[in-house]
Design a protein around this ligand. Structure first.
Ligand code: F6P
Length: 549
């Protein structure tokens, strides 16, 4: 059943109008004043749930801002939209699909219906099958074609079939089987394949071809090269493929057509979006790396935040608050981007993972009613781990002309303590958030004896908003919580903007044009080109560079 939530266009909602008026009034207020006026602000504007502590006090907000944002969530039908997702309604309307990544981490015994069928038992059947397979490979029971044990696992996939697995492998390396090598091939640039395989023995290598559709050009090209590489290394016997290839897909037919035995196929469903799939069978490489128990802990973490999101009043709801603050910064302060800055080296691929999650989801200009949005939607997400970024782009965040809200992520304990490193790391994250918020005035700079010609250059205006997320340590469970926090943050934003956060039509045009251009680059004879003059001459120049007509 489709929910019948009737809501006003965003800019006509009373709370939106009130926020616009309120913004005019408070936009000049400085965080210095806000903190000076309320000595307890740092404790008051913080929430803790599921082991995640969110300090959002360094945003340019007052109590009234939060009240109005919460009102906006209400007027936008957020609660109803959440329920529609959790109960399996087809909220991805442009693809007529349910959006049920939350079912991937639902405990056994739960019931979530899609078209009248409970999908949770199937989810657990796949998880059990992944667990058995992982145990066999990890223990050495699963042998390659020539009887050697598998030492190398290579995931082939792109987008959601790559970014989640890479990010999770890097994030959970501490928990991984160090005797095995894990690599990831995504780019159709052959270098990705060549570098990932150059020092590996095919007899000890297992490929996991991960593709929801099993038609993606990059993945299929890499999978074909993997097959050629393997067969070449193992004497050309086609039956070797069965021992060295597994597939993760929703498309059994295409998997079989590629020559992978569907016994070695791990399925998922059309109600799992690519960028929401790292906790489905797409996480097979993660499970092989960290083992089934750690993978289950990851799912448990996701689930805890799902429950928090679904059941907690909005004013204490971490993803809802983060989503609303993002709207405030994006739509009212005109911030174009959000920097995600993990002070944890293991999370080095987390910003890259979030880029797809956030931008493929909310990079939309048409609303669910098919109208052009007359307000800004998804901001650009980007980032790097601290402290490296501090010596690179933080200059612009501190003293540039743009407003860049930051999400800092840090942990109470390092996974492998080393001397003073962790205290120094954490001192830096706290210092950055403090410096961004409060800055340094001209008077303070002058009082330090700075020559007047230099003084202005050394001023930090401050009033740069940030969130700080603190957790105890980076465990599989906490990683699941962090990802779910951002998934639901993205959901909240999309719900307010009234867009479909679960389709990705924007990637289609480029794909189709590339398919048209490939034969124009490969043909022996000079092709008849019918593109614009720029594309035509680039194609001709490339053909010349590679020595064709
Ligand atoms: O780039 C578009 C996209 O469809 C992503 O949404 C998806 O994660 C990726 O391509 C890979 O798709 P597939 O898993 O079907 O190969």
């Amino acid at each position: 059943m489709r929910s019948t939530i009737s809501i006003k266009p965003l800019t006509q909602r009373p709370a939106w109008k009130a926020l616009a008026a309120h913004h005019k009034k408070i936009q000049k207020l400085h965080l210095r004043e806000l903190f000076a006026d309320d000595p307890k602000r740092g404790e008051r504007l913080a929430v803790e749930a599921a082991g995640l502590y969110l300090d959002y006090s360094k945003n340019r907000i007052t109590g009234q801002t939060v009240k109005l944002l919460l009102q906006l969530a209400k007027e936008s039908g957020l609660r109803g939209k959440m329920e529609a997702m959790f109960s399996g309604e087809k909220i991805n309307t442009t693809e007529n699909r349910a959006v049920l990544h939350v079912a991937l981490r639902a405990p056994k015994g739960t019931s979530i219906l899609v078209d009248g069928k409970n999908v949770v038992p199937e989810v657990h059947a796949v998880l059990d099958k992944m667990g058995e397979f992982s145990n066999r490979v990890r223990s050495g029971e699963w042998k390659g074609h020539s009887g050697k044990r598998i030492k190398n696992v290579i995931n082939i996939g792109i987008g959601g079939s790559d970014l989640g697995p890479v990010m999770a492998y890097e994030a959970l390396k501490h928990y991984s089987e160090r005797a095995m090598t894990f690599r990831f091939i995504s780019n159709v640039d052959g270098i990705d394949f060549v570098e990932a395989t150059r020092d590996l023995d095919p007899a000890e290598t297992l490929f996991i071809v991960s593709s929801k559709t099993f038609t993606t050009l990059e993945t299929m090209t890499n999978a074909q090269s993997a097959r050629d590489w393997l067969l070449k290394g193992l004497g050309g016997e086609a039956k070797a493929v069965a021992k060295h290839f597994a597939a993760v897909s929703t498309n059994a037919e295409k998997v079989a057509a590629f020559g992978i035995d569907t016994v070695n196929m791990f399925g998922f469903w059309d109600w799992v979006g690519g960028r929401y799939s790292m906790d489905s069978a797409i996480g097979l490489s993660t499970m092989l790396a960290v083992g089934p128990d750690n993978f289950r802990a990851l799912l448990q973490g996701f689930h805890e935040v799902d429950e928090h999101f679904r059941n907690t009043p909005f004013e204490k709801n971490l993803p809802v608050l983060m989503g609303l603050l993002s709207i405030w910064n994006n739509d009212f302060f005109g911030a174009h981007t959000v920097a995600v800055l993990p002070y944890e080296q293991y999370l080095k691929r987390f910003p890259a993972y979030l880029q797809q999650l956030t931008m493929e989801s909310n990079g939309k200009h048409v609303t669910l009613d098919g109208k052009k949005a007359d307000y800004q939607t998804g901001p650009v997400y980007w980032g790097e781990p601290g402290t490296n970024g501090q010596h690179s782009f933080y200059q612009l965040i501190h003293q540039g002309t743009r407003l860049i809200p930051c999400d800092f992520i840090a942990f109470g304990h390092p996974l492998t303590p080393l001397g003073r490193h962790h205290d120094i790391l954490l001192a830096n994250v706290f210092a950055q958030a403090e410096a961004l918020a409060f800055g340094k005035t001209l008077e303070e700079v002058k009082a330090e004896g700075t020559p007047s010609a230099l003084a202005r250059h050394r001023v930090f205006e401050g009033n740069r908003p940030s969130n700080v997320i603190l957790a105890e340590r980076l465990t599989p469970e906490v990683l699941g919580k962090l990802v779910a926090l951002y998934e639901h943050n993205v959901f909240t934003q999309g719900a307010i903007w009234n867009i479909d956060s679960f389709d990705q039509w924007g990637v289609e045009l480029g794909k189709a044009l590339a398919q048209r251009i490939v034969p124009e680059l490969e043909s022996e004879a000079a092709p008849k080109l019918k593109h614009d003059s720029s594309t035509n001459s680039l194609i001709r120049r490339y053909r010349k560079l590679k020595g064709t007509k």
